[in-house]
Design a protein around this ligand. Structure first.
Ligand code: NA7
Length: 543
């Protein structure tokens, strides 16, 4: 059986950077990836309209000056094909593919206690062993396909946004149904409407979405970024969500230097309705997201929600459709913010029909289409834009078995228990990248990934340099950390009783309702990780 120093599961951005970093440290590394190429999220999510909701400059690696200097982004917010191109460039530039096995799904990760090694099974056949195992399996990588009665009987084509085919999908002259109006649905719907003969949108919960920045990257802006990358990366480290807001910072500086300019008010409760409406008119709906009290004060939240609803009602021409599109049962800030391009305008098209599942739920899928209430809609294609088993899905699906044969599924039956989202008690030398309990999805993922990989690399370096063979957290440290994660999430919009989000696991029937990411902010999290190291890996058992 082949033996490595370290195995990485997944060749998305976390696995790619991990491979580069651990190899640099002199380790013999092997990566296993289920897809046929690198890119993770950006490999699988090829649906029309797929795009990143973090600016291109921020959503890029900061570990290599050369990489930064040689890469240009065509748009301020990147589309999926451009991010995938970047991932491929990184793989080529750093010669990553030679240590990645593609088409290789990890089906079991078992700790062989007598040997102190991890044994990794690929496609239930080949096995290899490694001292360290790094799960770089992503936070949103296991698609959620709801079990709807009769789903298998459908005779047309079935697609999922999170598993979109590589080959072109021809929707022209097709009656297409799309289920789901989260980020993926909202991004895809305007494009699907253009491509299909008629689009039927099956909406269970309306969404709060604001127009995305659609600007092309100007040469002088790219040049400014290129000159200031070090400062950008430093600012990212200091920002709550791992974004530098570099140009914003510059323009704020310029604004402040002009004596007459005053800083933008930070609280919605400080402004009257007329002023707010004027601000929306001038700066767009997104301005509502910039007030801090919208996320912490229910009154402020409802003012923003109401202004949002009024604005949408003015875009959507048919009153009944507008009314269905307005979220009423939960507030802004509960779910991950969605950005769109012409989402609401799409519902003014005559070839788009909204089916409000709150009024007429899906009864079943028939061989010919979707049955809601008494009516059956004939369809050629059904597209599931129904999200993911987030944060824990991919880890649990990998069948991880720790000390004394205890499975991760058993350990996490009441919700994920991990220390810093990096390690799990009972699973020595196994690391999770952006695992539950870390800022992960509440942070710029690339910043979160680099911090985790660097931390793991330093940790392994420390173990190897000092002749230690194993590290794992204590149960007490794990419990304390989880208590802290819950405590900082309490009282935020994320955990409001009316909120049902994938952050809470609420999108998957039977999944324990627990707020999974760390909401205390990236800088606070990072300084905690660093302090723990300084304190001789406080909370970990090293042997
Ligand atoms: P999301 O945000 O989980 O959205 C999934 C959508 O699918 C949402 O509208 C769900 O309605 C809907 N859904 C889920 N199950 C069903 C069933 N059974 N029937 C009808 N509708 C259903 O996933 P996305 O892929 O859009 O986005 C995930 C993240 O990826 C996003 O936040 C970005 O970070 C990138 P619900 O709201 O649960 O009522």
């Amino acid at each position: 059986m082949e033996k490595f120093d370290l195995v990485i599961v997944g060749a998305g951005f976390a696995g790619m950077y991990g491979l580069h970093k651990f190899r640099e440290k002199g380790l013999r590394v092997r990566v296993f990836e289920a897809g046929t190429d690198v890119g993770g999220t950006w490999y699988w999510n090829r649906y029309p309209g797929a795009r990143c909701d973090v600016p291109s400059i921020e959503y890029s690696f900061g570990f290599s000056d050369e990489l930064e200097q040689e890469w240009d982004w065509p748009e301020v917010f990147s589309a999926q094909p451009d991010i995938l191109k970047y991932a491929n460039h990184v793989a080529d530039r750093f010669g990553l593919r030679e240590d990645i096995e593609f088409n290789s799904r990890v089906t079991e990760v078992r700790f062989v206690e007598e040997e102190g090694l991890w044994e990794i099974a690929i496609d239930q056949e080949t096995r290899c062993r490694a001292k360290y195992c790094v799960m770089a399996t992503g936070c949103l990588s296991v698609p959620n396909t709801p079990s709807l009665e009769g789903a298998d009987s459908f005779e047309g084509q079935v697609l999922h946004t999170g598993r979109w085919p590589k080959e072109a999908v021809d929707l022209s002259k097709k009656q297409v149904g799309v289920i789901g109006t989260g980020s993926s649905g909202v991004q895809a719907i305007p494009e699907l409407a253009k491509q299909s003969e008629h689009l039927f949108v099956y909406q269970r919960s309306p969404v709060y979405t604001v127009p995305a920045n659609r600007k092309a990257m100007r040469e002088e802006v790219q040049a400014e970024f290129r000159k200031n990358y070090r400062q950008i990366r430093e600012l990212q480290q200091l920002n709550f969500g791992g974004v530098s807001n570099f140009r914003l910072t510059e323009s704020v500086k310029r604004a402040v230097s002009k004596e007459k300019q005053t800083a933008r008010p930070s609280k919605i409760l400080e402004l009257n309705e007329e002023t707010l409406k004027q601000m929306i008119k001038e700066q767009g709906l997104g301005v509502l997201l910039s007030f801090t009290d919208v996320y912490s004060d229910m009154r402020a939240n409802e003012i923003a929600n109401q202004l949002f609803r009024e604005e949408i009602s003015s875009i959507v021409k048919k009153e009944a459709v507008a009314s269905s599109l307005l979220p009423k049962d939960y507030g802004l800030g509960c779910k991950r913010q969605v950005l769109d391009r012409d989402y609401y305008e799409t519902f003014n098209r005559s070839d788009v029909t909204l089916i409000d599942l709150e009024k007429t739920p899906i009864e079943r899928i028939s061989p010919k289409g979707i049955v809601t209430g008494d009516s059956e809609q004939s369809l050629d294609v059904i597209i599931y834009a129904t999200g993911f088993d987030a944060m824990t899905g991919a880890l649990l699906k990998s069948n991880i078995i720790g000390r004394q044969g205890k499975t991760l599924k058993e350990k996490w039956q009441f919700g994920p228990e991990a220390y810093l989202g990096l390690q799990i008690a009972g699973f020595p030398n196994l690391f999770t990248v952006t695992g539950p309990g870390s800022p992960s999805v509440l942070c710029n993922m690339l910043v979160a990934i680099e911090q985790h990989i660097d931390w793991i690399a330093d940790c392994i370096g420390y173990l190897d340099a000092n002749g230690f063979s194993s590290i794992e957290p204590t149960c007490a440290a794990e419990q304390d950390w989880i208590a802290h994660v819950n405590q900082v999430a309490e009282g935020t919009m994320y955990t409001a009783p009316s909120c049902n989000s994938w952050y809470l696991g609420a999108n998957i029937p039977g999944k324990p309702r627990i707020f999974m990411p760390y909401v205390g902010g990236f800088p606070q999290y990072k300084s905690r990780c660093d302090a723990i190291v300084k304190n001789h890996y406080e909370g970990f058992v090293i042997s």
